[in-house]
Design a protein around this ligand. Structure first.
Ligand code: FE2
Length: 261
């Protein structure tokens, strides 16, 4: 089977790129299952129920998130009820929502998705390594194909998670930095790995934000309100081929397209 993983969807340009490209990619790239990180999908920070629904309607099967998931207040109720919008598993257990889910692909394969968040340069979250161990115990009888979104700033922590999970999950793909890395590979025990999938969002920007506003903040060190940039969007992510019998990945290929939105 083939899984399409899309990097952080940023604002309206990112949503438009997903809505325009995913149906096409499902047909042409032969993807059976689509995962997208949506934590910046509404106005560049957070996601609201309308944006989440728009992405799901476009063909995304599971939405992952990260540190900005609480930015839009009305997502809390949505997250409580949804089994396809995830928040990081290693948030404290009392936080609403769930950190993993199992959904059936278009080709009839049960796919588990686990959403983790790193701690290096991020925040005081629970340990993602111990959290994923416990989740995999629960998931083992339910799905052979397991895809992990490791939302984090530091490549070292993401690479470490790749090695930690090699042979235990089908793929570990990073998100959060909005800059795609070129280190895709299949690890020795059959886990596909990529440090960061990149972003689906405005290309001529600073990680999705209007570049003049970011430059202004760097140059003056004054507080500035950030706005999502406009113009053509990048659609970045990866296609992962998985042997559904063993759960091992056989190939990983980065994708990067420019979409006029
Ligand atoms: Fe993030």
């Amino acid at each position: 089977m083939r899984v399409l993983f899309l990097g952080d969807v940023v604002g309206k340009p990112g949503r438009r790129a997903v809505v325009e490209s995913v149906p096409h990619l499902l047909a042409t790239a032969g993807a059976d299952f689509v995962i997208a990180n949506c934590e910046n999908a509404s106005g560049g920070v957070g996601v609201d129920p309308r944006a989440a629904s728009e992405l799901l309607k476009a063909g995304v099967d599971v939405l992952t998130s990260g540190n900005h998931i609480w930015a839009k207040r009305d997502i809390v109720e949505y997250l409580r009820d949804s089994d396809v919008l995830l928040r990081p598993l290693n948030f404290v257990p009392a936080s609403p929502g769930r950190g993993f889910t199992v959904k059936r692909s278009r080709s009839g394969v049960d796919v588990a998705v686990v959403n983790l968040i790193g701690r290096v340069f991020m925040g005081n979250y629970d340990c993602p390594f111990r959290a994923v161990d416990a989740a995999l115990e629960t998931l083992r009888p339910r799905a052979r194909v397991v895809v992990v979104d490791m939302h984090g700033e530091a490549t070292s922590e993401k690479v470490a998670m790749g090695w930690y999970l090699d042979g235990r999950v089908s793929a570990v793909i990073g998100s959060h930095t909005h800059v795609q890395t070129a280190d895709e590979r299949i690890l020795p025990r059959g886990t596909a790995y990529l440090s960061d999938a990149g972003m689906c969002g405005p290309r001529d920007s600073v990680i999705g934000v209007k570049r003049e506003l970011v430059l202004d903040r760097f140059l003056t060190q004054m507080p500035t309100r950030f706005e999502v940039a406009t113009g053509p969007a990048l659609l970045q992510g990866a296609l992962v081929d998985v042997d559904e019998g063993s759960g091992r990945a056989t190939a990983i290929q980065r994708i990067q397209q420019t979409v006029d939105v």
